[in-house]
Design a protein around this ligand. Structure first.
Ligand SMILES: Nc1ncnc2c1ncn2[C@@H]1O[C@H](COP(=O)(O)OP(=O)(O)OP(=O)(O)O)[C@@H](O)[C@H]1O
Length: 258
């Protein structure tokens, strides 16, 4: 059986006259933790938007778990098993931490709508199961102590963690993280690195990560793709990327990356 989870073949998108992304070929194997880096405006978030049905590619094909993603809406992509976080935190700010996770879990809840409406025993069993699962999620993220707090009242680093917990509550096969360490201090970033490595293992996940923090990317990713002006200019191991002249010129500059 193939180990491939996702392939993007010659994928691109054009906004008016601007080719924001072009001719991107990418593959993700099951269980891999992969980085996507590049300068501001290189097309990283646009690529995420195409992988999640927010934007439709104007060229190329995206295949996930044997199914073509082109033409699917974001909720259909989520159902197939792709979840994401956003560069700017998007939580239900006026809901509790627990409810934020439960809402995500609800989208995929197994018990039927009819059972919910009629308040049948299976509905309560489903609710109880969901509540238990949601609290288990929060524990993994060290968020259970905040479960009744409103999301907006959490410290910034904890809000970022809640976003990841919420994305995971949808039970994805592939998790896309858009700059999860943005705005975090070095200690929070270090803890986040450990958390990402842990959840990948614990949930048997494949993760694609956009991140400007090179220490984080180089520290945990097995392979890295580099975008510049909408085109992939390199892919390889952190070691290969660190020493790639094209990448150094386009992105890393003279910066020494340890
Ligand atoms: N809906 C849109 N309409 C027009 N242009 C867009 C749209 N979305 C993205 N772009 C353009 O596509 C290009 C790539 O943007 P994108 O946000 O993907 O870059 P990025 O690599 O994620 O950058 P950053 O690191 O700053 O987040 C930019 O020139 C951007 O202005």
């Amino acid at each position: 059986m193939s180990n491939l989870l996702l392939t993007a073949e010659k994928v691109g998108i054009q906004f008016g006259g601007l080719k924001a992304v072009q001719n991107v070929n990418m593959y993700l194997n099951k269980g891999e933790l992969i980085g996507l880096i590049g300068p501001n405006g290189a097309g990283k978030t646009t690529t995420f938007n195409m992988l999640t049905g927010v934007y439709q590619p104007t060229e190329g094909t995206i295949t996930f778990d044997g199914k073509k993603l082109n033409g699917l809406k974001p909720f259909q992509v989520t159902k197939l098993g792709i979840s994401r976080t956003f560069q700017n935190i998007r939580l239900f700010k006026d809901l509790s931490v627990l409810d934020n996770v439960k809402v995500a879990n609800h989208n995929l809840a197994k018990h039927s709508l009819l059972a919910s409406i009629l308040r049948l025993p299976s509905h309560f069993a489903g609710e109880a199961k969901m509540e238990k699962e949601s609290i288990e999620f929060l524990k993994i993220f060290g968020l259970d102590v905040y479960k009744d707090e409103l999301a907006k009242n959490l410290p910034y680093g904890m809000q970022r963690r809640l976003e990841i917990a919420r994305a995971l509550a949808a039970n994805p096969k592939l998790l896309l993280l858009d700059e999860p360490a943005a705005g975090m201090n070095p200690q929070e970033t270090h803890d986040l690195m450990e958390l990402i490595a842990f959840i990948r293992k614990e949930f048997d996940l494949t993760i694609l990560l956009i991140e400007h923090d090179m220490h984080l990317v180089m520290g945990i990713c097995e392979r890295i793709y580099v975008l510049d002006h909408g085109q992939l200019i390199a892919d390889g191991t952190p070691e290969e990327i660190r020493n790639n002249p094209k990448v150094i010129e386009a992105y890393l500059g003279e910066e020494v990356i340890d």
